[in-house]
Design a protein around this ligand. Structure first.
Ligand SMILES: [Fe+2]
Length: 288
C-alpha cells in the first residue's frame, strides 16, 4: 500500500497511512517531512511503535529535547509503575491536568521544543483526546490593528506561572521540568517559522508579563489572543486508538489534552524533539 497523506477538514493536520514509521523508504520520509511542514500535525494510525522505533522516527526531525534525553520516550500516564492511579494531589497529575490548557512544549525552557510525538498504548473510552490549534492561520486571521499592536511585543514563559494560575501547586515534586522560576525566558508573540517562513502566534498558557504593559493589560491581551486563535477552522481533535502515533510542530501549533475520567488508566508515550538553538532560543533573559 502506498503512503497516503490525507488532510483533515481544518487549517492544519493530516493523517498518514500506508507506511510503517520504522521502515520508511527515502521517498516516504521526504513526503512525510514535507507534510509536516505543510500540515504541522500528522497522525499515523495503528503504528504500535516500539520505544526504539518512536525514538528513531523522532530523531529524523532533530535531536532529543533535554527533558526526554535520558530515555528518549517518557510515559504520559495517570497510572504509576505500581499500577495505582495518580490523584489530584500527585505532582505529575497536576502537570497533566495543567496540560489541559493550550500550550507549546518547553516554551518555558531556554530553548523551546521543535516537535513532539505521542503514541497511545492504553486509551480511555471517553475523553482524553489531544487537540491542536493552528497558530499560523490564527496570525493570518488577525485584523491589521491587532497585528500592528503585537508585532514588536514579547512575553515571558513560565511553567510555574501557568500552574499557579490554573490553581495547582507551585512545585511539581520530582518533575521539576527545569522550572524557570526566577529567570523565565522571553519570546516574541509572533514567530516566523524557520523552514516555511510563515508567521505564527507564539502564545499559550505559559505566556505572561509582556514587557511594557501593566500585568492586567498583558493578561487580558494574551487571553484575548488565545481565545481568538483557538477557534474553528483552526482546530483538530484526535480521538486516540491504541497504536496511534502523532507528531506536531511546536513552532506553530498549540496543543492540549482533553479531560477524562481520573479513575480510568490512560498511557501515552511522549518523545520531544529539541528546538534549533538558532531559531528557538529565548531572546532574553534565560537565553541571553
Ligand atoms: Fe504538551
Amino acid at each position: 500500500m502506498a503512503c497516503e497523506i490525507e488532510p483533515v477538514p481544518a487549517t492544519l493536520g493530516a493523517t498518514v497511512t500506508g507506511v510503517e514509521i520504522g521502515r520508511l523508504s527515502d521517498p516516504e520520509w521526504h513526503a512525510i517531512e514535507a507534510a509536516f511542514h505543510e500540515y504541522a500535525v500528522l497522525v499515523f494510525p495503528a503504528q504500535h511503535p516500539s520505544r526504539a522505533d518512536q525514538v528513531a522516527f523522532g530523531k529524523r526531525f532533530g535531536g532529543l529535547d533535554p527533558l526526554v534525553a535520558a530515555t528518549g520516550r517518557v510515559a504520559i500516564s495517570n497510572r504509576r509503575a505500581d499500577g495505582s492511579l495518580r490523584d489530584a494531589a500527585d505532582p505529575l497529575k497536576q502537570i497533566l491536568l495543567g496540560n489541559e490548557g493550550w500550550h507549546t512544549d518547553s516554551s518555558y525552557m531556554p530553548i523551546s521544543a521543535k516537535a513532539s510525538l505521542l503514541s497511545a498504548e492504553l486509551v480511555t473510552e471517553e475523553g482524553g483526546e489531544t487537540q491542536w490549534a493552528d497558530m499560523r492561520a490564527a496570525y493570518d486571521a488577525l485584523d491589521d490593528a491587532t497585528r500592528d499592536r503585537i508585532t514588536e511585543l514579547a512575553a515571558y514563559h513560565s511553567l510555574k506561572y501557568s500552574q499557579l494560575r490554573a490553581g495547582f501547586s507551585e512545585t511539581a515534586g520530582d518533575y521539576s521540568y527545569g522550572l524557570d522560576v526566577d529567570d523565565p525566558p522571553l519570546r516574541p508573540l509572533v514567530k516566523r517559522h524557520p523552514v516555511t517562513g510563515r508567521a505564527a502566534l507564539f502564545i499559550g498558557r505559559h505566556a505572561f508579563g509582556i514587557p511594557g504593559l501593566a500585568s492586567d493589560d498583558s493578561e487580558k491581551l494574551l487571553d484575548e489572543l488565545l481565545a481568538f486563535a483557538c477557534q474553528p477552522p483552526r482546530l483538530w481533535r484526535h480521538t486516540w486508538s491504541a497504536g496511534d502515533l502523532a507528531i506536531w510542530d511546536n513552532r506553530c501549533v498549540l496543543h492540549r489534552a482533553r479531560p477524562y475520567d481520573p479513575g480510568v488508566p490512560r498511557i501515552l508515550h511522549h518523545t520531544r524533539i529539541a528546538g534549533d538553538a538558532e531559531t528557538e532560543s529565548a531572546i532574553g533573559p534565560a537565553g541571553s
